[in-house]
Ligand binder design. Structure first.
Ligand code: PGA
Length: 255
């Protein structure tokens, strides 16, 4: 099965609306020859979604748009929260769910991740569900069992078509923003475990179709090594996604 590579930029809490629009204007000409072959997505903060969506529409860009989080309810008295249908209205394709920063600083659990994953699908978007272990878990040699549990609980209760469409980002917490990475082989081993877990839950066709990204200090210099591993279908990129040239180089590494 040919899985389409996906390179997604997670802009975290860095770009204003204006900065985000400018970044996309800068990025688009650098990757427009590539996005038929590689899916390219950007995930601005909520306040930047409208401006980036407008640039995508007016310039007819084949760039995909993602949000960084969402609430699982479709509306309600949840001050400060954003509902899935507010994101579909802005033509979001993807929503990052369960990033380790959300888990660490905002109390996200596998259970809330699961609710969000289902809500994102129900609204017609695709979740980029994040998983990954801490250094302590890695040192205790518990990475595989820890990540397997995150997948089994986070991706529970989907139908097989949803499971096949799901994107999972494997991001070792100790590699995020640190410049440290696992070897491509070690990252691929965990991505293979993730794929096998999806297979155990939803069957071999879903396992073959689910896209597993690597994230954590992906740079232009190391991207090709990760992307050439058989179970890695692209990357979730933080710091290096904030500059058009470095992000474009990472996209080219996925060609
Ligand atoms: P990084 O972040 O590329 O800056 O390590 C990745 C992420 O947190 O998604």
């Amino acid at each position: 099965m040919d899985r389409r590579m996906l390179v997604a930029g997670n802009w975290k809490m860095y770009t204003t609306s204006g900065e985000g629009a400018a970044l996309v204007e800068d990025l688009a000409p650098r990757v427009s020859d590539d996005w038929d072959e590689v899916e390219v997505a950007v995930c601005p903060p909520f306040t930047g979604l409208k401006a980036v969506s407008t640039v995508i529409e007016l310039d007819h860009l084949k760039l995909k748009l993602g949000a960084q989080d969402v609430h699982w309810e479709s509306e309600g008295a949840f001050t400060g929260a954003i509902a899935p249908r507010m994101l579909t209205e802005l033509r979001c394709d993807y929503v990052i769910v369960g990033h380790s920063e959300r888990r660490e600083y905002f109390g996200e659990t596998n259970e809330t991740v699961n609710r969000k994953v289902k809500a994102v699908f129900a609204a017609g978007m695709v979740p980029i569900m994040c998983c990954g272990e801490s250094l302590a878990t890695r040192d205790a040699l518990e990475t595989e069992s820890f990540v397997r549990k995150q997948i089994m609980e986070g991706a529970a209760g989907l139908d097989t078509a949803e499971a096949a469409e799901l994107v999972i980002a494997y991001e070792p917490i100790w590699a995020i923003g640190t410049g440290r990475t696992p070897t491509p082989e070690a990252a691929n081993d965990v991505c293979r475990t993730i794929r096998a877990t999806v297979g155990a839950m939803y069957g071999p066709p879903a396992a073959m179709a689910v896209r597993v990204l690597y994230g954590g200090s992906v740079k232009a210099e190391n991207a090709r090594m990760f992307f050439s591993e058989p179970d890695i279908d692209g990357g979730l990129v933080g710091g290096a996604a904030l500059k058009a040239d470095s992000f474009a180089d990472i996209v080219k590494a996925a060609l």
